[in-house]
Write a protein that binds this ligand. Structure first.
Ligand SMILES: Cc1cc2nc3c(=O)[nH]c(=O)nc-3n(C[C@H](O)[C@H](O)[C@H](O)COP(=O)(O)O)c2cc1C
Length: 357
């Protein structure tokens, strides 16, 4: 069968067209404005989502939360995600999200963190359908923009109840549901099981977006084929490879996968570092974020561990940029001498000089 036949290319959340139907996942400490700008610049994502924002903090006007909720005037469509357990606070925060210009307000019913679950937020709501329903109802009544919910497939293997929770959300006025196939108990391990996503898609009328371990065209197609979802969401795969949306999109249209060369990688990484410097307004804050992203981004690069170590040891943004430039200069030289000419993780041959030597 033609791998592309029948694959959806877009979906709509009421009047919001998500095309391509590839969504950047919300990721705390990652998908701030600087990272979302990087993804938008490269292209291929049809919707971006902020990291989760505490409803309590947002409604109290906490500066940090307002900063986290900042969106660019031309960043559309964009969803702002909030979490919490108090329906009134969630409703007030959702109203702020709407006033800030978000196209969509997304509720987090999936966070596995102990801190969030201990207060019955995030994935703990999957175990408390009554409270979950009160939250969706209160938020729905407070805003006019589309409301969506992101969840895990359940709390643990004995309670994989996302079809029920998704159905409840739909009946209360939610307009799309994203499901990460793992349960809360799985954290980030577990064996791929997307059956509950497929079941939810069968059960509800609003769009369902599939999430979990999508890193390329093959894994995106597998999610579409195995579940019938309307769109897919990509998280960690986009930190490792911010070109993933562009690449998956091209292949969904039957085009070749766009190659990414070393110079483009260098340019994007240095550009990102400069954005962090401007955003955090201090080397300390910027370095923390840069180191986190670099850990993912450098995966698959030859001798990446040496580059990572050097970045981790950097005491200033300038030093980190110098390390990146030196790495790519050395890599270019090494490539010219016959080393691997693709940054696709090909293993260097015995005796080759390391690009970072
Ligand atoms: C560093 C990190 C932070 C995350 N923060 C959030 C968050 O703020 N809100 C949320 O709904 N999910 C969050 N997630 C979960 C992701 O959105 C996504 O569901 C999960 O990583 C699975 O998708 P992936 O395999 O494509 O990464 C986070 C994941 C990671 C790795």
């Amino acid at each position: 069968m033609d791998a592309l036949a029948g694959l959806p290319l877009a979906y709509s959340v009421r009047n919001i067209r998500v095309e391509p139907n590839l969504v950047l996942a919300p990721m705390e400490g990652v998908t701030d404005l600087t990272f979302r700008r990087l993804i938008r610049k490269i292209g291929g994502a049809g919707l971006t989502v902020t990291e989760f924002i505490a409803s309590e903090g947002l409604r109290r006007g906490a500066e940090k939360m307002e900063e986290m909720a900042r969106i660019d005037p031309d960043e559309h469509p964009v969803a702002i995600q909030i979490y919490g357990r108090d329906p009134t606070s969630m409703a007030e925060a959702a109203k702020i999200v709407q006033d800030l210009g978000a196209d969509i307000c997304d509720l987090n019913f999936g966070c596995p963190s102990k801190k969030v679950c201990a207060h019955s937020g995030g994935s703990a709501l999957l175990k408390d359908p009554v409270l979950a329903q009160q939250i969706v109802r209160a938020v729905r009544a407070a805003i006019t923009i589309p409301l969506t919910v992101k969840m895990r497939s359940g709390f643990d293997s004995t309670q994989r109840n996302c079809p029920d929770i998704a159905w409840m959300c739909q009946e209360e006025g939610a307009e799309a549901i994203t499901i990460h196939w793992r349960t809360r108990a799985d954290l980030y391990s577990g064996t791929r099981a997307v059956d509950k996503i497929a079941e939810t898609k069968q059960r509800i009328k609003i769009p369902v977006i599939g999430n979990g371990d999508i890193v390329d065209f093959a894994s995106a197609v597998a999610m579409f084929r195995d579940t019938g979802v309307d769109g897919v969401m990509i998280g960690r795969g986009a930190i490792k490879n911010p070109w993933v949306f562009k690449q998956v999109r091209a292949q969904m249209l039957g085009l070749p996968c766009p190659a990414v060369d070393a110079e483009e990688k260098r340019h994007v990484l240095v550009d990102y570092y400069e954005s962090c410097r401007a955003w955090f307004r201090s080397d300390r804050g910027a370095l923390g974020r840069m180191k986190k992203i670099s850990n993912y981004f450098t995966h698959g690069l030859p001798y990446a561990s040496e580059l990572r170590t050097t970045i981790l040891r950097s005491q200033s943004v300038d030093a980190a940029i110098e390390a990146v430039n030196m790495y790519f200069d050395n890599l270019a030289e090494w490539t010219a001498r016959g080393g691997t000419n693709r940054l696709d993780g090909s293993v260097a041959e015995e005796g080759d000089a390391a690009p970072f030597a």
